[in-house]
Design a protein around this ligand. Structure first.
Ligand SMILES: [Fe+2]
Length: 265
């Protein structure tokens, strides 16, 4: 099973640049085109939050127009830049989304890997949180299918990155998540967005990775007094490949046209 993860596209209204510098709509369209060019194509696309930049209905209209061109099934979660109500309305045809409250869900109908999405966003705030109710929901969902390879998807990552301008906006209550996932060995990966960079670490005895954004990359600055910045690095996405013999293997693919192919391996 091939699962693409696109994150943080920050779609804007037609003709408007993201942060006045990046054509995030064109970049998201390029990401979708690159998915379609993969052979074999992914079975499923995960969109891990910040689907639009300011939660505006005109942004969701543009997002849906772009996603109407996607020929692969997609599962969505909101990020801190999404508006929960406008988001829910924009995706009212996505029957797996609950009709009220946090948008937690579990979907296992696209192949062997089951996707369990935990909505850790807090409306109006940039950081996220896992409360007791969210941790209990996740524990119960994971207990339903203990032998099924599983991806847990959330927006804000539950750890301190070491990048000082990101860490105030992490997901709080990570110790609750670590306790839950450590009890469920079938969790092949916890996948997040939010930080606009690829990161990989062990978390709660499982493997956790964050996806780059399809638009800007947040600068990797590790000094405690560093000031916030971003770059127009080559955007990228993740491709999670599940096979019984390896478990889940994650590729990082830059988006764009590059010289090649050349006749050597
Ligand atoms: Fe973002």
């Amino acid at each position: 099973m091939l699962i693409a993860q696109l994150s943080d596209p920050h779609v804007r209204p037609d003709g408007v640049l993201y942060q006045d510098v990046a054509d995030s709509n064109a970049q998201f369209a390029a990401a979708i085109a690159q998915l379609h060019a993969l052979d074999p194509r992914p079975d499923l696309v995960l969109l891990s939050g910040d689907l639009v930049d300011k939660g505006m209905p005109s942004e969701y209209a543009k997002l849906r127009e772009l996603l109407d061109g996607l020929e692969i099934p997609a599962l969505v979660i909101p990020g801190n830049h999404d508006d929960r109500d406008v988001f829910r309305n924009a995706f009212r045809d996505h029957g797996y989304l609950p009709s009220a409250g946090p948008m937690h869900y579990a979907v296992g109908t696209h192949g062997p890997v089951r996707i369990v999405a935990l909505d850790v966003t807090l409306p109006g705030l940039h950081h996220g949180a896992i409360d007791d109710a969210g941790a209990r929901w996740l524990d119960e969902k994971l207990a339903e299918e203990p032998a099924r390879p599983t991806i847990v998807m959330m927006h804000q990552p539950p750890f301190a990155t070491g990048i000082p301008y990101l860490d105030p906006y992490a997901c709080r209550g990570g110790e609750r998540l670590a306790a839950v996932v450590s009890r469920h060995r079938q969790v092949e990966r916890i996948v997040c967005g939010h930080v606009h960079r690829f990161m990989l670490l062990r978390f709660g005895e499982r493997l956790l990775c964050t996806a780059p954004s399809t638009t800007t990359a947040i600068a990797l600055r590790l000094r405690p007094d560093a000031s916030p910045a971003s770059h127009l690095e080559p955007p990228a996405f993740l491709l999670h490949h599940w096979r019984p013999e390896t478990g889940l293997l994650t590729h990082l693919l830059p988006i764009g046209a590059f010289p090649g192919p050349y006749p050597f391996a």
